[in-house]
Design a protein around this ligand. Sequence first.
Ligand code: ADP
Length: 278
Amino acid sequence: MAENCNHDCSSCGENCASRDPKSFLKQPHKLSKIKKVIAVVSGKGGVGKSMTCALLACAAQNEGYNTAIMDADITGPSIPKMFGIHERAMGSEAGILPVLTDRGMQVMSMNVLLNNEEDPVVWRGSLISGTVQQFWTDVIWADVDYMFIDMPPGTGDVPLTIFQSIPLDGIVIVTTPQDLVGMIVKKAVNMAGMMNIPILGVAENMSYITCPDCGRKISVFGDSKVDAIALEYGITNVVKVPIDRSLTDAADAGKIEMFDHNYYESFFQNIDAQLKNK
Ligand code: ADP
């Protein structure tokens, strides 16, 4: 116990034995109904975390689940653009309503709250963390089977707040072959371990390209290392997704839901099975 303990864990940063990890959990809005929550994390930006989050959500939707995305990447929100969302979120006295995609997925993002979606968010970490918590406490999420959270990259202040305040069922780690894979996956694994959150799978994005002439897989960023890492940490659910120009085009055109190659179908089914057996 800390020297000057006042028994109020909410205002104390010490990691002592009397801390109850559940003490930080926030209640969702009283009108929300959310069954499973999965955070999509990466060690650094630009590896395709948002793309993976979007495609995983589409895979869940394709399986017939009511799906939602919480875009917690407050300073670099890219989910609305991928789904072609340009309208603002509506609110009432009861709370804020998520915006719906063409196929009925619920989305909340900083970009649907800003007056102008090109305005930058130049905020300190505490304000960003507070906003993400409000996405959980003040948004009315209707009947969600699977919520995917597009996390800010890294293991900083905001991801930590999300890990502590939202009851996650598990995380998916996104990496690329040229990442310092071992170290970055290890950091994420350790963070999840500290928080007692299961790792539901690892996605190696931009794993290879397929030669348009001969069909051979070319490892442009070096050989895949994800299988060895997954084995080391006992992670059995792994997916390798290629660099696919039609993916970028679909995302840029706001048509990610219409993208017809389901790279994440069996990866999501594996997650679904893990959570059903929980
Ligand atoms: P992050 O969320 O990790 O910062 P994004 O998901 O925003 O990364 O992806 C960065 C860029 O790379 C985007 O323009 C996205 O469309 C593109 N991208 C991501 N994954 C792929 C892929 N597998 N094939 C082609 N382009 C991709």
